[in-house]
Design a protein around this ligand. Structure first.
Ligand code: SF4
Length: 284
């Protein structure tokens, strides 16, 4: 809710878009985010229908329909980071698809689930540095939210995202049954996490603003561990996405599973800024 104004957006793979439902979104000024994981080969490996077929081609159809019917509402695409995929190919694919805005998301893993994920600490951070090095030198570069957010926060900006920053814009999810969820990714922590007893039928969106968990997501220091609160990068990192701090044993009271990666990419961008603007004062 920036400046007290509620902005509605839908995050979807877009496979069910048609002219009729897009007209409804357009009429109600609902912004659209589309999840698409890189190339067709990679996307179809992980995002499949019940029959095992990949959804990439249908997502492209949905994306093109939005471009034709409601281009102004197209917010950005989201893709989950896969450090095994070449950084250059990720950027190339965005160019081929004509995507102008995207975000690269850390996989929804926590201290319990990362053990089976075959991800080495620092692997994603080094991968992001590689993407950044290509991206920063591109003409007409795509808007990549994770990089722009780090730059903005280093320069003293306040509003982070779920993934970054000590403070972020308040977000509340509305499930298809009308119930409010604090943040849908919290489901990856434990059953019922993020559930509220509030529903659009009986509660205004504004009233969800006072829920302790909503406040905690806006002000990440609320549940951050002492290690994060004492970390010099906290104003930019915010301890990462709270769901990445979780384990059954310690709950949210520890740094992110991506601590090493966050340090790598934030420090790299910090060094880059100082190399081109040595006199700038950064927040950390
Ligand atoms: S997650 Fe790591 S880098 Fe981020 S604030 Fe905590 S200790 Fe610092």
């Amino acid at each position: 809710m920036p400046n007290g104004k509620v902005v509605f957006s839908i995050q979807t793979n877009g496979t069910l878009f048609n002219k009729k439902n897009l007209e409804i979104l357009k009429k109600n000024e609902v912004r659209i985010g589309i999840s698409i994981d890189g190339s067709k080969e990679k996307h179809d490996k992980y995002r499949v229908y019940h029959n095992g077929n990949g959804s990439y081609d249908d997502i492209l159809k949905g994306l093109n329909l939005v471009r034709n019917i409601a281009p102004d509402l197209l917010d950005s695409t989201l893709q989950v980071i896969d450090p095994k995929v070449s950084p250059a190919s990720v950027l190339k694919n965005l160019e081929v698809l004509g995507i102008e805005r995207t975000d690269l998301l850390f996989p929804d893993l926590n201290h319990d689930t990362i053990k089976n994920a075959n991800i080495i600490p620092g692997e994603i951070g080094n991968w992001l540095i590689h993407v950044f090095k290509i991206w920063i030198n591109q003409e007409n570069a795509v808007h990549i939210r994770i990089f722009l957010t780090i730059i903005n926060l280093l320069l003293g900006g306040k509003n982070g995202t779920d993934q970054l920053g000590a403070e972020s814009i308040g977000t509340i999810m509305i499930e298809t049954d009308g119930s409010y969820q604090v943040y849908d990714g919290l489901k990856t922590s434990f059953s019922g996490a993020g559930v509220t007893q509030m529903n659009v039928q009986d509660s205004t969106i504004e009233s969800t603003d006072s829920l302790p968990l909503t406040k905690a997501f806006r002000n990440k220091a609320t549940y951050a561990s002492a290690i994060c609160l004492n970390c010099e990068l906290f104003r930019v990192c915010g301890g990462g996405n709270p769901i990445h701090r979780y384990s059954e044993n310690k709950k949210f009271d520890q740094p992110s599973v991506y601590c090493e990666d966050l340090k790598l990419i934030i420090n790299h961008i910090k060094s880059y800024i100082l190399s081109v603007r040595p006199n700038l004062e950064l927040v950390c």
